[in-house]
Write a protein that binds this ligand. Structure first.
Ligand code: FAD
Length: 479
């Protein structure tokens, strides 16, 4: 669909941002003097990304105060917590995505200002030039390069998958970060089901965090609830899921009791769980790993093991995007960062002015989760609203230091562990934690996710998918 302008409300005006890109600029119309003056004082806010951080920022910013440009190669918001479910057809992709132009149009419609301006550019940022205040972008469709100037820039481009330098992962592994990754896994399973060659599917999932556990659990559910009906003589060797984790336990960020429950649940569901197992190398058919055993005298024995596979899902490790690394390498204050962009308490990027960063692309004390990215986005939106008011007041003596620092409020963690069971570590109040597991928690997990969707349409679609699967099973032909 190429670079597109969308969500423009009120009069279409030529703006500095639109003029310097080779984007087909909106028609220039005569505006009143007042509108032009307002326009001048209104800052061009460029947001890189269309994920959790960017969307929560856009939803909390006052569209009357900024000209917002979202730049992202992905023209939709993806509800990542349900991506493992989409991989096996428990929910559909349409149900867990929201169009960015739709979000922008809705947010812009809240603006009272005639000259409100917001747009989405389907492009990838390739370079941030903070000295000249511009971002170089590459159009996703035409691959043409443009330059987009900004007054304020928010980097919310997330992170990318990392192979953790394990040989063979890039060549033979499937990832689970974006919809395209999920589709590849879905296609692989569907091909196997429909090939009718009588071969077995040996799935190996690497990474015992929530994503790895959930995708392993969803695959096993698919086998138990749907594939077995289709292939009645399918035995445990027909479809085998192995989950490999380098640490002694899966779901390491969860309470000990929940980790134990999850382990037992996966084992009960016949998932081959290999903890204390570090993957060393992957070839086209085999995973080579070192399995550690702690002996009763606390000494360790390490054994080299080989796990045959025909589908490998790499569900561990994220790393910083190359263009962000290049940006950081030009800023002395960023040189010591081992992970992502170093930020101050107000999300401003250390060492540069008028640039902020939120979410997985940052290096902070917070985990790389949707919960953190969302709260940072909301915080930054509110902060930028405040900043716009400060800038507009000519006699203002307020500076950015008067802005309250970001505070993260952890609400808890949830994970689906298969067989209609889930685990939840809930933070009820600042010192009050509650752990919950089992069937009831599975319903809580579902309700929590439904409530996290902003549009009612997504809630309806996801609930309808769950009902459809309950009544008729997953559509194995097309998964
Ligand atoms: P993202 O949401 O990843 O968004 C990054 C955006 O930047 C994307 O739109 C991307 O297209 C865009 N982008 C990429 N490159 C460029 C570029 N060069 N220029 C411009 N834009 C670019 N977290 C939880 O809290 N709970 C969960 O249950 C949970 N489950 C998960 C399940 C899966 C399968 C995955 C993959 C993640 C899960 N997470 C979960 C983690 C959560 O999704 C991330 O922490 C969250 O997405 C981070 O938000 P973000 O805005 O920083 O980045």
């Amino acid at each position: 669909s190429g670079v597109s302008n969308s969500g423009v409300k009120g009069r279409s005006l030529s703006t500095p941002a639109a003029a310097s890109t080779r984007v087909s600029a909106p028609p220039v119309r005569k505006s009143t003097t007042t509108a032009r003056e307002n326009k001048k004082s209104k800052k061009n806010l460029v947001v890189l990304g269309s994920g959790w951080g960017a969307v929560s920022l856009v939803r909390s910013i006052n569209p009357s105060q900024y000209n917002v440009t979202i730049i992202s190669p992905r023209n939709f918001f993806l509800f990542t917590p349900l991506l493992p479910s989409a991989t096996t057809g428990t929910v559909e992709y349409n149900s867990i995505t929201e169009s960015i132009s739709g979000i922008l149009a809705k947010e812009s419609s809240k603006s009272l200002a005639e000259d409100s301006y917001s747009r989405y550019l389907e492009a990838r940022a390739t370079k941030i030039d903070y000295t000249n205040k511009s971002v170089a972008i590459e159009d996703i469709t035409t691959h043409e390069e443009h330059s987009v100037p900004f007054d304020y820039l928010v980097i919310a481009a997330g992170a990318t998958t990392s192979t953790l330098n394990v040989p063979g992962v890039k060549e033979h592994g499937l990832f689970l970060k974006e919809i395209d990754d999920s589709r590849k896994i879905r296609a692989r399973v569907a091909n196997w089901i429909n090939s009718g060659k009588g071969t077995s599917l040996q799935a190996v999932v690497v990474g015992g965090g929530p994503t790895g556990v959930e995708v392993a659990a969803e695959l096993q559910d698919l086998f138990e609830e749907d594939i077995k009906k289709r292939i009645p003589d399918a035995g445990p060797d027909t479809f085998k899921v192995s989950l490999i984790e380098a640490m002694p336990s899966i779901l390491n960020s969860f309470d000990k009791r929940l980790r134990k429950f999850a382990t037992l649940q996966l084992q009960k569901d016949h998932i081959n769980l290999l903890t204390n197992t570090a993957v060393e190398k992957i070839t086209d058919k085999t995973v080579y790993a070192k399995a550690k055993t702690v002996l009763p005298d606390k000494s360790e024995s390490v054994e080299a093991i080989e796990i045959p596979y025909n589908m490998l899902i790499w569900a561990t490790g994220i790393t910083t995007h190359q263009f962000i690394r290049e940006f950081m390498s030009t800023i002395p204050e960023q040189k010591d960062s081992k992970r992502g962009v170093l930020i101050n308490d107000d999300m401003s990027v250390k060492g540069v002015a008028d640039v902020w960063a939120i979410g997985d692309c940052t290096s902070s004390k917070y985990p790389a989760t949707a919960q953190v990215a969302t709260q940072q986005g909301t915080y930054l939106g509110t902060t930028l609203n405040q900043l716009a008011t400060v800038t507009e007041a000519p006699d203002s003596t307020t500076t950015s230091t008067s802005i309250a620092p970001f505070e993260y409020h952890h609400k808890g963690s949830l994970a689906y562990v298969g067989g209609n069971r889930a685990v939840a570590d809930l933070q009820l109040w600042s010192d009050g934690k509650m752990s919950s597991m089992g069937y009831f928690t599975y319903w809580m997990w579902r309700v929590a996710y439904l409530s996290m969707f902003v549009p009612a349409q997504n809630r309806f679609l996801v609930a309808a998918d769950w009902l459809r699967v309950k009544l008729f099973g997953r559509n194995i032909n097309t998964i």
